[in-house]
Design a protein around this ligand. Structure first.
Ligand code: F6P
Length: 345
């Protein structure tokens, strides 16, 4: 068989481990040819390819990012139908199938193409961990570890200056990174999109620490997609949207810092972790999960099980319908948030 591979959307640690696994089993054990497309769906639309060999994918398991490059190109942007161009390019390359490695946007495209008759297998990735159909995505564990390390460091400087420090983390419209890293890092307040916040309550929790516990340093972890309850605080967005219509997030941390300092009088600073949580080497957990997904994806192509996505369910790697990936956003579970609340204030 001849199989195409692409990595789309935001990059994350573990992508190269997945590519390496696809090639190692696909070429070495199945004898297939694996063709990489450059920069996500853009490479498929423009026929930008590079053959992926055992040699070209050796020694990359620990490397962050993606050797193929990525983009947020959308073959269905503005109502256009990219399926014919994708199909034609796959035929010109004599490809029997395509493995799309991506998050909700990339796999949403994969699902549309699959419904149009294109042979596609989905391989889920995102630091946001917000994909339905799978218990976890790789990239998430690394992002949580990077954010937790940052929180550990913020504690010492907050205590030295008796300050309130606010760490803004990624996660788009789900609070997984904020909740896990906030819990792991011992944050005093955690704000997530799933729970619109009241700025008065946030300030009261911080003041409670200062006035009744003699704790004059506080750490607030806020997800970039967190929002204030209606009418409690105005936060201006950038107004920019990407090719899939996602608003460009960011800025909630600074808005919170200004508001908390002006209301409480406590010195407050905001830190935006940004793309630091998406860069660098994957944790061992993410290397193992992405390798498992890569092997399962090439097995699925070998079996002709197109229109599926590999997924983690109760510790096992299984195949689920591609549409499960994008049916609905996977939001944080209430039970974990309730655990985190024990340590607020
Ligand atoms: O989806 C992953 C992600 O890192 C989100 O958490 C974040 O909002 C977005 O990508 C940032 O996108 P970009 O790197 O295109 O600015």
């Amino acid at each position: 068989m001849r199989i195409g591979v692409l990595t789309g959307g935001g990059d994350c640690p573990g992508l190269n481990a997945a590519i390496r696994a696809i090639v190692r089993k696909g070429v070495d054990l199945y004898g297939h040819v694996v063709i990489g497309f450059r920069d996500g769906w853009r490479g498929v639309l423009e026929n930008q390819t590079t053959e992926l060999t055992l040699e070209s994918t050796r020694g990359i398991i620990h490397r962050g990012g993606t050797i193929l490059g990525s983009s947020r190109t959308n073959p269905y942007q503005d109502g256009q139908d990219g399926a014919p161009r994708v199909r034609d390019n796959m035929q010109s390359l004599h490809l029997d199938g395509l493995i799309a490695i991506g998050g909700e946007d990339t796999l949403g495209v994969a699902n549309k193409l699959s419904e149009a008759g294109v042979n596609v297998i989905g391989l889920p990735k995102t630091i946001d961990n917000d994909l339905g159909g799978t218990d976890m995505t790789f990239g998430f564990d690394t992002a949580v570890q990077v954010a937790t390390d940052a929180i550990d460091r913020l504690h010492t400087t907050a205590e030295s200056h008796h300050r309130v420090l606010i760490l803004e983390v990624m996660g788009r419209h789900a609070g997984w990174i904020a909740l896990w890293s906030g819990l792991a890092g011992g944050a005093d307040v955690i704000l997530i999109p799933e729970k619109p916040f009241d700025i008065d309550e946030v300030c009261a929790a911080i003041q409670h620490r200062h006035e009744t516990k003699g704790r004059y340093a506080s750490i607030v972890v806020v997800a970039e997609g967190a929002t204030p309850k209606a009418g409690t605080l105005s936060v201006l967005g950038s107004g920019e949207v990407d090719a899939f219509g996602h608003a460009r997030l960011g800025g909630i941390g600074d808005a919170l810092a200004r508001e908390i300092e002006s209301r409480t009088g406590y010195e407050t600073r905001a830190i935006v972790l940004g793309h630091v949580q998406r860069g660098g080497t994957p944790t061992a957990f993410d290397r193992v999960l992405s390798t498992r997904f890569g092997v399962a994806a090439i097995d699925s192509v070998h079996d002709g099980a197109f229109g599926q996505m590999v997924a983690l369910r109760c510790g096992k790697v299984v195949r689920v319908p591609l549409r499960d990936a994008t049916d609905e956003l996977k939001l944080v579970d209430e039970e974990l948030y309730d655990v985190a609340r024990v340590f607020f204030g």
